[in-house]
Ligand binder design. Sequence first.
Ligand code: 13P
Ligand code: ZN
Length: 300
Amino acid sequence: MDSLRVEQSWFVADMIRVTTDMWQKGWDERNGGNVSLRLTKDDVAPYLKTWNKTRILKLTEPVEGLDGECFLVTGTGAYFRNVEREPEQNLGIIRVLPRGEAVEILWGFGKDGGPTSELPAHLKSHSASQARAGAPKRVVMHCHATNLVSLSYVLELTSANITRALWEGSTECLVVFPDGIGTLEWMVPGTDSIGDATAALLAHHPLALWPFHGVFAAGTTLNEAFGLIDTVEKSSELLVKIISMGGPHQTISTQNLIDLARHFGVTPMPSALAQNGWRVAPHPTEKPRKEAALFGAGVR
Ligand code: 13P
Ligand code: ZN
């Protein structure tokens, strides 16, 4: 009988598919992006006895509430375009050890590779999700979505403003992410601080923008997390074109958003609904201004 191989599991197959799709979308140049999927006891049980050579990796800060939890994670430095060809080099499975101070590498990451450098943001987000009521979000996904990152150079960087712009960029957005996208200030990636800030945003929003860098999404499945980023990126592409054409001449109104929310039974993020339009940040060469005109508000 052939020995059991984790490469044939549903979760490695799904991770290969999603990372390949992300590469093809152009969201993950070089080693850009990282994904983690929480595995259940049933997922890992058949393979545990086949993993006998484990390595221990100390975490920079202990993580709470994840003792014994296993995650399938992309490797640091891993190119998403290579995941399909060499899953065992580019992916790995980790288990959080007691007290959350270290993880054990059960499988993968090649001979001496390790999990993504953004592990703090992933584990802290999983930890926060685990502590909340309801089904935990099993997936945390990060990538360098081109159009959303472009917008972060131009739009005023508040959670309400970015959310409102994205909702107006495409009709489906308010229904797909009524809780909006949270926005950080620029921070050094790979640190515990950006991890804490990201987990705090993902407690209130399914998405978090890292300006001039990328986006994080939390989803119950790989499909859901991918779909969130895909939807945001579609709206961002439309907004990049709209702004490049000189800005909107007409748009989705506040009343339209209220009607959408009522029809689809969702509650929109209050500050984004209250904003009544969205604005670009002042250009550095522009004279100081009291308040920039809202795009949207002035065109209806
Ligand atoms: P890793 O290769 O360590 O996952 O880093 C990629 C990245 O996007 C950092 O933000
Ligand atoms: Zn990144």
